[in-house]
Structure formats: structure tokens, C-alpha cells
Design a protein around this ligand. Structure first.
Ligand code: HXC
Ligand code: NAP
Length: 293
């Protein structure tokens, strides 16, 4: 779809780039010539991804352990990267999420998600953006949201509230930072099955696209990773510099057809929710055991 080396010379940081959609977008940028930094809390996972992608495509992927919930850690990582050369792009992709009835959520459960998505993505954007402004370097931010920013996210309220905040950050800073040559856009994906999301949002269901994820989607299928990669490259590349402040859905028409969220979970009862919570927390614990920071 794109000419070879379209992204040559670009330096891009993808949060949560070690897994799932972050890894896919990293590959999309890398194979068109960009140098990519990826961060997350599990250094071995990031290092393995970096190695696999460089073995497949050449180029440079740098793995950094960083918990984006910690502003000092974010600033330290971003400072170190800029010391090696200015970034051109940031992808706010890292997130936490799980389905739960909101009445069952503890304050800590709410914060577990809001601290990553709402606060962490702001720390990242602020840390990178202020360096662009100070140095006069042009910059480009893409935030990965959900279509819930438009119609709400029942049973995923902390995520929906946090992503809606980032939607407004995108629009606000598109205006405030346009004079500095910084643009901000967002992508709202429909279902693109990943291990991280499915373990917490569709526990027990397969990631091959054959499950309930396709219900209510006019195209009758889940998203293909290349479709997401191509949209991320389009937004990050030069050539559409006048495009800013937009959130673009890539969801097979699911949101426009009146869906895209978890409203169907209203049919579940107490026993279902107890089983779901058990499956999600064991997935959380497995991942947590691998964290480096
Ligand atoms: C209710 C839950 C819960 C659940 C955790 N908690 N899971 N409450 N139901 N299923 C509560 C815990 O009981 C605890 O509160 C609090 O949350 C914090 O739990 P920790 O495990 O200590 O949290 P932490 O180590 O901070 O981990 C954060 C996390 C974890 C969000 C819970 O899942 C994580 O790190 N996720 C990262 C990866 C991820 O989530 N990927 C999916 C992104 S997909 P108490 O009060 O008991 O102490 C996505 C897709 C959107 O966003 C769109 C799809 C279509
Ligand atoms: P995923 O593989 O679980 O990705 C989440 C990533 O975020 C992980 O690599 C995780 O790494 C990182 N992360 C979480 N907390 C972090 C923290 N505090 N600091 C640094 N990194 C952190 O899930 P995914 O499906 O690819 O989701 C990626 C993005 O797409 C998210 O923003 C999600 O909301 C969005 N999205 C996904 C879908 C979908 O269908 N998959 C649909 C709509 C939107 P560590 O655990 O190592 O930190």
C-alpha cells in the first residue's frame, strides 16, 4: 500500500509496543524504515519482540522498561531517548482494561485502569510534547482509543471514561499545539483479537474471530492487523499534515450500526461474573509475575 522507506528517518515511540496492537504498529513503522522505541513493564517481552521484528525486517527497535503510571519514570525514559535524538512520533497505545459490573468495582480497580490510560497517556504526551515545543521540532501523536468514546462503555466504565478523556485531549491539544507544528489524532479500533484484550474482555473465548466479537458488525468479521497498521502509518507519515484533532474508527461499521460495546453483558448473572473475575485475575497474575518495573 505504501512506497518502501516511506518512514525512513522517523523515530517513533510506541507505548505497550511489546504486545498486541502496539507490536503490530511497531512492525508497520519498522518495515517502512522507521526507528522504533517500545516500552512496557515486562522487559523480556519487549526484548523478545524487538529481536523478532529486527530479525524479520532489519532496522532498529529499542526496548525500554517503563511504567507509564509513574511520571518521573516517563520523564526519565523520554529524556534518555531525546538525548539520542528527537522523536518524531508518539503512539499512546498502552492500556489496562477488564470487564466488570461497575457496582462490583473497588476504587483501586477503577484506579488500576485510569492510572494507566488517563494519567499515563497524559504523562507521555506532556513529556514528549514539551520537548518538541522547547526544541522547535515538529511532532505527531496518535492515541489508540475505542468507539466507546462516542456511545459509552457499559461494563468497561473506567476504560471508557479514560479513553473519552484522551479523545478530548486529542482535540484540545490539536488546537493548542498546532502553532508548534504538533498534530494529534486518534484511532478507535473495533475488535482486533489480541491475547491481552481477550483474556480480560472475552475470557474463555478464542482470538480467531469466530466468537461473539463479530456480533453486530456489519462486515461480519474482526479487524485484520494490516488494516490497523496501514491506518497508523497513514496518520504518522508526512503528506497529511493538515489533518489534526480527528478520531478515526476502524471497526467494520460496528459503531455506526449501534454497537461496538459490551451492552450484551447485561444478560449475565452473579455466578457468571464470579467466574469471569476469576479468569481475568489469573491472567493478570500470570502477566504480573513477568514485570520488570
Ligand atoms: C473487578 C478487578 C478485576 C476484575 C482486577 N481488579 N481485575 N476488579 N473485576 N476482573 C481489581 C483488583 O481486585 C484490585 O482491586 C485492582 O483491580 C488492582 O488489581 P491489580 O491486579 O493489583 O492491578 P495492576 O497490577 O495495577 O494491573 C492493572 C490491570 C491489569 C489493568 C488490572 O489487567 C493490567 O496490567 N493490564 C494490562 C494489559 C491489559 O489490560 N490489556 C488489555 C487492553 S485491551 P482491589 O480493591 O481488589 O485491591 C483494551 C481493549 C478495548 O483496552 C476494546 C476492545 C474491543
Ligand atoms: P495488550 O496486548 O494487552 O496491550 C497493552 C499493552 O500496554 C501491553 O504491552 C502492556 O505491557 C502495556 N502496558 C499496560 N500498562 C502499562 C504501564 N503501566 N506502563 C507501560 N506499559 C503498560 O492489548 P491490545 O489489545 O494490544 O491493546 C492495545 C491498545 O489497543 C489499548 O489501548 C487498547 O485499549 C486498544 N484497543 C484494543 C482493541 C482490541 O480489539 N484489541 C480494540 C480497541 C482498542 P506490560 O504489561 O508489559 O506493561
Amino acid at each position: 500500500m505504501f512506497r518502501p522507506n516511506l518512514m525512513a528517518g522517523k523515530r517513533i515511540l510506541v507505548t505497550g509496543g511489546g504486545t498486541g496492537l502496539g507490536r503490530e504498529m511497531t512492525e508497520g513503522f519498522l518495515r517502512l524504515g522507521a526507528e522504533v522505541y517500545i516500552c512496557g513493564r515486562r522487559l523480556p517481552v519487549l526484548q523478545e519482540t524487538a529481536k523478532e521484528l529486527m530479525d524479520a525486517h532489519g532496522g532498529k527497535v529499542h526496548a525500554r522498561a517503563c511504567d507509564i503510571r509513574v511520571p518521573e519514570a516517563v520523564d526519565e525514559m523520554v529524556g534518555e531517548i531525546f538525548a539520542e535524538g528527537p522523536l518524531d512520533g508518539l503512539v499512546n497505545n498502552a492500556a489496562g482494561n477488564f470487564i466488570s459490573r461497575t457496582k462490583d468495582l473497588s476504587h483501586r480497580g477503577f484506579n488500576a485502569i485510569a492510572n494507566i490510560v488517563f494519567h499515563g497517556s497524559f504523562y507521555m504526551t506532556h513529556s514528549v510534547g514539551t520537548r518538541w515545543i522547547e526544541s522547535g521540532h515538529k511532532g505527531n501523536v496518535i492515541s489508540i482509543l475505542t468507539t466507546w468514546v462516542w456511545n459509552g462503555g457499559p461494563f468497561t466504565v473506567p476504560s471508557a471514561m479514560s479513553k473519552a478523556g484522551l479523545n478530548i485531549m486529542t482535540k484540545s491539544l490539536a488546537v493548542e499545539w498546532a502553532p508548534y507544528g504538533i498534530r494529534l489524532n486518534a484511532i478507535a479500533p473495533g475488535p482486533f483479537p489480541t491475547k491481552g484484550a481477550w483474556e480480560r474482555l472475552s475470557p474463555g473465548q478464542s482470538t480467531d474471530g469466530s466468537d461473539t466479537a463479530t456480533q453486530g458488525i456489519p462486515m461480519g468479521r474482526v479487524g485484520q492487523m494490516d488494516e490497523l497498521k496501514n491506518l497508523a502509518v497513514f496518520l504518522m507519515a508526512d503528506g497529511v499534515d493538515y489533518l489534526t484533532g480527528e478520531t478515526i474508527a476502524i471497526d467494520g461499521g460496528g459503531f455506526l450500526a449501534g454497537g461496538g460495546n459490551f451492552s450484551r453483558l447485561a444478560a449475565l448473572g452473579d455466578d457468571d461474573w464470579a467466574g469471569i473475575k476469576e479468569m481475568i485475575t489469573s491472567a493478570n497474575d500470570r502477566d504480573k509475575a513477568k514485570r520488570s518495573v
